[in-house]
Design a protein around this ligand. Structure first.
Ligand code: ADP
Ligand code: MG
Length: 229
């Protein structure tokens, strides 16, 4: 594994019973890039993200991680009880908690600073006191990203973060993800192929197996040439 690589998949296979979602998967995830998984519904994008985050284990093959790497996962359809009385500020502050939670400990000023910075980066300054139930879909998605950003993770893996967003909200989200690359490695799964390829540094086409492309444009050209989706 080179210094520029965070994660490598070697010949990975995963089946749900009889259904093999992904097979023979080889790819690597470079640091400080925005990589996207694109491909048809049911092609295995979510399965790959769950394998990468450790929620699923490969049944064949291996996944190697750079030592000490931490991954933040933003699942498809962020579902938590939005009637729960939690503000944006509290949600993001929770991201700064270390794994050893000390009961009743107060947040340090460094943690508060990290949370405030993350909130600003996703364009939610001024919304700190707003309940998460009062946010639009795009704002909630951005609040969840801020929570990940405030944590110490190196990689942020987002599964279809654009699925419920209108085109303007999706563009705004992509712009935010691009702006995070200097600090984090970003991986996004999207079925919004054209838009995702416009914003990506690296394109990985997922349909049971994966194909890495030298550039998003190379994949676009091939799609225009008629890969069926
Ligand atoms: P994508 O995210 O690209 O839409 P998924 O990884 O969700 O694809 O699904 C890949 C394949 O695995 C599909 O055929 C899907 O039906 C199947 N699959 C996904 N999750 C499960 C599950 N929990 N149980 C059984 N089959 C599943
Ligand atoms: Mg999916």
């Amino acid at each position: 594994m080179t210094d520029q690589t965070n994660i490598e998949f070697h010949n990975v296979r995963f089946c749900y019973g009889e259904v093999c979602a992904v097979n023979g998967v080889n790819f690597s995830l470079p640091s400080h890039r925005l990589s996207v998984f694109v491909g048809p519904n049911g092609g295995g994008k979510s399965t790959l993200i769950k394998l990468l985050t450790g929620l699923l284990k490969p049944q064949e093959g291996t996944i190697s991680y750079r030592r000490g790497i931490e991954i933040g996962y933003v699942p498809q359809n962020v579902t938590f009880d939005t009637s729960f009385p939690l503000t944006v500020g509290e949600l993001v502050l929770q991201g700064t908690l270390t794994k050893q939670i000390r009961p009743f400990a107060r947040y340090t000023s460094a943690q508060k600073g990290r949370a405030a910075d993350a909130i600003r980066r996703v364009g939610l300054s001024g919304y700190e006191q707003r309940g998460i139930g009062q946010l639009s879909g795009g704002q909630l998605q951005r609040a969840v990203i801020a929570r990940t950003l405030a944590s110490s993770v190196d990689i942020i893996a987002l599964d279809e973060p654009d699925v419920c967003l209108d085109i303007d909200a999706a563009r705004e989200l992509y712009g935010i993800l691009r702006s995070l690359k200097s600090e984090k490695t970003i991986l996004m799964a999207s079925h919004n192929i054209q838009a995702a390829l416009d914003v990506a540094d690296r394109a990985i086409y997922v349909n049971k197996t994966v194909r890495e492309y030298a550039s998003p444009q190379a994949l676009k050209d091939e799609l225009n040439g008629g890969i069926s989706l």
